[in-house]
Design a protein around this ligand. Structure first.
Ligand SMILES: [Zn+2]
Length: 316
């Protein structure tokens, strides 16, 4: 069991949004214990906030979107994966645009800026959700479950029988920061060339390029640099799942088993976990409690702002 963690100082990054194609900047700031991960944006004189919680889930079409009123953020899953994968619990992620920068299509850049800032311990212990009975969503074709396990673990299976470079892939990930950095963080998002024009016609993927997406033709790979791992696709699916599970706002001790799943089904599992409290317990530092999940995650509490958060982008 560990204590809660945040960053030791603010960290900054700029790039383009994968789906909008617009320039976007972000800053990750340290936050007090029990804050969780909260996206913030200056609009005029006001600071708008959007906690990384399933309560604010928007569209899950090709990426995960959070929204509350006029404040919408696309493609939150890769930065959330980096934060959760590195066990950073409490931060403000300040945005200038409406989308997280695409970086190289993976979580590697976000891991880098987290490490540049440094991770520091806070006083309160981290509360975990321990699964004691299986929870499943999906059907025979696509499903995801979480079953009891002494350690957090993910097994992901994908099947693309019509593409010779993908076909069936399975990856088993032991959820620790070391394993995340080594095997998952640098796996890039992927797409098929024949789908790309269709995405563009729907206003998605406008910032996509071979710099931030693995693109497959009918039988080959378009990127000249090749794959980072022969099973890069399934590793990226693990990355996406870690990011989407951040919307539960509390780390899970259990074994996730995903089969041909995606953002929508990941979110359905998060809702199912929330809605079936008889199938898990909360615990920290050796204690087991049956307290209300909201008291452990602060997921419904309003953000109390923000004495030292200045508009970061004036200095960029
Ligand atoms: Zn992704």
């Amino acid at each position: 069991m560990r204590k809660q963690q945040t960053l030791s100082k603010s960290s900054f990054f700029s790039g383009i949004g994968l789906h909008s194609g617009n320039p976007v900047s972000l800053a990750i700031h340290p936050a007090p214990s029990n804050t969780g991960i909260v996206f913030v944006k200056h609009i005029g004189d006001h600071i708008h906030s959007l906690p990384a919680s399933i309560d604010f889930l928007g569209n899950t079409d090709h990426c995960t979107t959070l929204e509350s009123g006029d404040f919408q953020i696309q493609t939150v899953e890769h930065i959330l994966a980096a934060l959760v994968g590195m066990e950073v619990d409490n931060v403000y992620v300040e945005l200038e645009g409406n989308e997280i920068p695409a970086a190289d299509g993976s979580a590697a850049t976000f891991v880098e800026i987290i490490q540049q800032a440094g991770i520091v311990e806070q006083t309160p212990p981290r509360t975990y959700l321990k699964v004691v009975e299986p929870i499943t969503v999906g059907d025979d074709q696509r499903s995801i479950s979480v079953i009891p396990s002494p350690l957090p673990k993910i097994t992901y299976f994908i099947d693309f029988p019509n593409h010779p470079l993908i076909q069936q892939q399975e990856f088993v990930h032991a959820c620790t920061p070391v394993e995340f950095q080594k095997h998952i963080a640098s796996a890039r998002t992927f797409a098929f060339r024949k789908e790309v024009e269709f995405l563009w016609s729907r206003g998605l993927g406008l910032g996509g390029s071979l710099l931030n997406t693995v693109v497959f033709s009918d039988s080959d790979l378009v990127n000249e640099g090749g794959l980072r791992f022969t099973d890069e696709c399934v590793r990226h699916k693990v990355l996406d799942l870690i990011g989407d599970l951040a919307l539960l706002s509390i780390p899970v001790v259990g074994h996730f088993e995903a089969r041909c799943s995606g953002h929508w089904l990941h979110a359905e599992l998060v809702k199912a976990i929330r809605n079936q409290p008889e199938k898990w317990i909360l615990f920290n530092a050796g204690t087991q409690t049956k307290t209300d999940i909201t008291s452990a995650t602060q997921m419904n509490s309003p953000v109390t702002f923000l004495p030292d958060l200045q508009p970061a982008f004036q200095t960029l």
